[in-house]
Design a binder for this molecule. Sequence first.
Ligand code: HEM
Length: 254
Amino acid sequence: MLSEGQDTYGVLGDEAETFMFDDIGVIFFAATNTTQVSVNNALKYLYMDKYADVRKKLVQEVDSNLPFSVWDAQGNEVNHDKLYASCNYENIHEGYDYAMMTFNESLRIEPPLGFSTAHTVTRDVTLARGTAKELKINAGEEIHIMIGLLHHDPAQWGNRHDEFIPERFDSKSEYFSKPGGKHRHPYSFAPFLGGHRVCLGKTMAEIQAKAMLVMITKCYELEHLDSELKTKTRAYELFQMQLPSLRYRFKKRI
Ligand code: HEM
């Protein structure tokens, strides 16, 4: 990348090089932990006992899109090329609605970034004007957006906001609306934030996560090795510097 830049723009100075390395570092950091945590979260909930129906629906969707075996009766891999060809960018991007709902629900229930970095407000604003929660923020002040709280607002998500229900993202489902039947606020779900500072890698993360969920579901049946996690979830530490230990038994789906 650096040498291509040099060809186009001439020799890069030390400062430009440092900026570029910094940017690459930020993108790498922003991309890896978040995607890793969110896919792990999806699996963590999917393989809890009480979400067997969610699992079943996901398996049905995956098997109907990939109607072939990945293992023969002896457990040897067959159809390796067919699996990878079927899970190409277009197929993953355009299909697998339920896998996407499952991923979205994992981003909702435990967003990898529970709160935003500091955002500087550029003009005076008043939030919740005329209500008991009215809040004035002046231009120049910094705010953090509490994504985790948005995702657990009972007014938007109901009293069962701690439950893993992918149908919340299905426009045909009763869970799609907020309590009382009205549409949810567009920012009640904002795992990638939005506006000018929306996550640069949103689409990439969605495709990667969907591809991983689809391929893992096609190939294996998982079981939590830590039996406590079959019934009770364990949240990630807020800054995710210390990932929890999640151990599974992978059984080939023969
Ligand atoms: C599930 C996965 C991901 C989640 C939940 C996520 C979430 C977010 C959020 C909430 C922000 C805004 C942070 C803020 O302003 O405080 C952000 C920014 C960013 N994300 Fe992601 N992200 C994910 C994956 C990725 C990937 C795969 C990449 C790169 C390939 C990426 C690159 C970035 C970059 C560069 C920014 C800074 C954008 C800016 O400030 O202009 N992210 N992400």
